[in-house]
Design a protein around this ligand. Structure first.
Ligand code: 48F
Length: 275
């Protein structure tokens, strides 16, 4: 059989378009495919929810590939090790409460399991704004990252979702936009983004899980973005907190999505007044 070049093109374009169109109305959209966003997405997809991630870069994985200062090993604590075990990522005990893993194995496995669980990852696409209806965030505005990099004046497209997750890490790209555009305050002590504090692994690892929560109507922060939003410390190349934050957020969102489903079925059965 002679391969036809134009058929290869048609296959790619048609299949991509189908994938894109099938993902225009999601349960959850995540901005950023770092370890926190990917872990959140994995647990949600495993429960059967429609989740997609938009990632600015060509490669997914955020800051995990490089371990610490490009020494490609990561450190996790006891709780983080349990998540590595769940993902079947090999870890080695270094000392009491310290485990190490190969960062390449860690992030490639998390990504692979997330995709196999049903997460749709759209790389090379940046989230540049959110959609808001009556003070409720209801989706994101996206564009090719290359449009932004080239400084082209090209209008974006939008994708709807019940919930939006800010997982862009240190720069808090989505929240920075949200802060400027929303009426009223963010759900922080000051009503504004509080900003990341300096490195302290012990505090940062604990607070990243505490800070994983809703920060504006239908918008949740996860991973490093959670600490940067709520004004606590960065933690450097210890990654258990990122995965634990993702796991916590998936639990919160699963509960919220389930209670919404229950309410909808009661409406259909006429138990609850639709008004
Ligand atoms: O930075 P990143 O890895 O965030 P994370 O998942 O993990 C943080 C750790 O890597 C590390 C740390 C803790 O150990 O301090 O830094 O919280 O991943 C964020 C991803 O978001 C992408 C970015 O390219 C990266 O892959 N990103 C950033 N802005 C946008 C975006 C945007 N506007 N749209 C889409 N993706």
């Amino acid at each position: 059989m002679k391969l036809k070049d134009e058929k290869i093109t048609k296959a790619i374009v048609e299949r991509y378009m189908k994938k894109f169109i099938d993902n225009l109305n999601q349960d959850v959209i995540i901005a950023g495919a770092g370890p926190a966003g990917l872990t959140t997405a994995y647990y949600l997809a495993k429960k059967g929810y429609k989740v997609s991630i938009f990632e600015r870069k060509l490669s997914i994985g955020g800051g995990m590939w490089g371990g610490g200062m490009m020494f490609n090993e990561i450190v996790v604590g006891e709780a983080g090790k349990k998540i590595l075990d769940e993902f079947e990522i090999k870890s080695v005990k270094y000392d009491e409460g310290y485990y190490t893993a190969d960062s390449v194995e860690a992030i490639s496995t998390i990504c692979s399991k997330a995709v196999k669980a049903g997460v749709r990852i759209f790389n090379c696409i940046s989230v540049e704004d959110v959609m808001i209806d009556k003070n409720m965030v209801c989706g994101v505005v996206i564009n090719w990252s290359s449009v932004d990099i080239a400084g082209l004046h090209v209008d974006p497209l939008s994708v709807r979702s019940k919930y939006v997750v800010e997982a862009t890490g240190h720069p808090l790209e989505v929240l920075q936009i949200l802060e400027k555009k929303v009426e009223g305050d963010l759900f922080t002590k000051t009503g504004k983004i509080m900003g990341e504090k300096s490195m302290n692994a012990d505090i940062g690892e604990k607070t990243v899980v505490e800070n994983t929560k809703e920060i504006y109507n239908n918008v949740y922060v996860v991973g490093m973005a959670a600490n940067a939003a709520f004004g606590t410390n960065r933690m450097g190349p210890i990654f258990g907190g990122m995965m634990l934050s993702g796991k916590k957020l998936s639990d919160i969102l699963i509960k919220r999505l389930e209670s919404e489903q229950n309410l909808n079925s009661k409406k259909i059965e006429g138990i609850v007044n639709v008004e």
